[in-house]
Design a protein around this ligand. Structure first.
Ligand code: ADP
Ligand code: NI
Length: 218
């Protein structure tokens, strides 16, 4: 099996696991993350198999999304062995997908990701901002019965990983101030930072317009 065939199998595995998701982590999200990872890789000298495999698989063992993360992890390991990914590459892929989430960056000691992981993290984060980001935040918030907005609930200035994971009383608009607007300054690669500029402007314009309409000023 060559790497192209391996990636085809990995894409099928990811599709089978993510296609049911209705929280904004569906296969459409995966497809965009993989496409962006490919684009960002063009400017970097990363291992393309590790990068794209991690992009395809980054959400399949997420404890938010699967009932039993240990079983999901065991299943993923056996699958990667089956498609003859090398032991070293499997180790890299698993390290990346277990350490790349936004919540991890709130840790006191965030781990340093290898270049491949930095590219996938950037690709995942770019998909949380801009027009797609606005759509996903509304979709996610609706799914989790969040309020759209409540001026009495103030955005939290900073959060620990545990607080981020157990958000109470969250509103969709506050999510922009607590996470989405902060992503731009956390990105790793120069190409991702460039792409984020326009997406950041779009979100700020959206929030200005939202507030004006909320206050009946427009
Ligand atoms: P990660 O796995 O990178 O930590 P999440 O799974 O928390 O990211 O977020 C995935 C998507 O869901 C993002 O587009 C994010 O903006 C959205 N989202 C996450 N939490 C909330 C929330 N409390 N309200 C609205 N949208 C959210
Ligand atoms: Ni993702």
């Amino acid at each position: 099996m060559n790497n192209e065939q391996r990636l085809e199998k990995i894409a099928q595995y990811s599709h089978a696991h993510m296609t049911q998701d209705r929280t904004g982590h569906g296969y459409d999200h995966i497809r965009r993350v993989v496409a962006m990872a490919r684009k960002l890789s063009a400017k970097e000298s990363a291992d393309l198999l590790v990068t794209l495999a991690s992009a395809y698989l980054h959400d399949v063992i997420d404890d938010k999304l699967v009932d039993d993360p240990q079983t999901a992890l065991d299943g993923l390991k056996s699958f990667l062995i089956e498609v003859e990914v090398s032991a070293q590459q499997i180790e890299q892929i698993l390290f990346i997908i277990q350490n790349m989430s936004f919540a991890h960056t709130l840790d006191n000691k965030p781990v340093q990701l290898p270049l491949e992981g930095q590219i996938v993290q950037d690709s995942d984060w770019l998909d949380a901002i801009g027009a797609i980001g606005v759509t996903r935040a509304v979709y996610f918030g609706g799914h989790h019965s969040e309020k759209i907005y409540d001026p009495r609930i103030k955005p939290r200035e900073s959060m620990t990983k545990e607080e981020y994971r157990n958000l109470q009383n969250e509103t969709i608009i506050n999510h922009f101030y607590e996470k989405l607007l902060k992503i731009k300054d956390k990105l790793n690669t120069p190409s991702a930072k460039k792409i984020a500029e326009n997406r950041q402007r779009f979100m700020l314009d959206f929030l200005t317009e939202f507030q004006a309409e909320w206050d009946a000023k427009k």
